[in-house]
Design a protein around this ligand. Structure first.
Ligand code: 5GP
Ligand code: ZN
Length: 109
């Protein structure tokens, strides 16, 4: 855990946040500033700064993020209408919180 990291604090429960999903490896919660009717963030509990810092050993946790999103889409009823999954990478890529997270947006009519 990085002491000054917002998503470390959220994932560890230090900052109270309602989780939509929690496993040993990740948490999912609603984005505070949603870009779509459904906007969920999938965050590994372990601190990784960005996609640039991923190693081959992180393959399993990455795959868990995607399967968690697939299950969340099913639970939220947006599987059939569709959704976008994306990572912003570093400042030029629009990343504002430097703890790896995957966005899921969808739920449009
Ligand atoms: P980034 O731009 O780093 O890819 O995405 C960070 C996201 O985190 C933004 O969409 C922003 O709205 C969201 N966010 C920032 N602070 C908080 C917070 O305290 N709680 C929640 N739920 N989302 C946050
Ligand atoms: Zn962190």
């Amino acid at each position: 855990m990085e002491s000054d990291c917002l998503f470390c604090k959220i994932a560890s429960g230090e900052i109270n946040t309602q989780f939509l999903m929690e496993t040993d490896d990740l948490v999912a919660f609603k984005d505070i500033n949603p870009l779509a009717p459904v906007h969920v963030l999938f965050v590994p509990k372990r601190h990784i700064r960005s996609v640039n810092d991923l190693t081959e050993d992180d393959g399993p946790v990455l795959s868990k993020l995607i399967f968690a999103a697939k299950e969340m889409a099913r639970q939220m009823g947006i599987s059939a209408t569709g959704y976008r999954l994306f990572f912003n990478v570093e400042k030029g890529g629009g990343q504002e919180v430097f703890h790896l997270h995957m966005h899921m947006i969808g739920g449009w009519e």
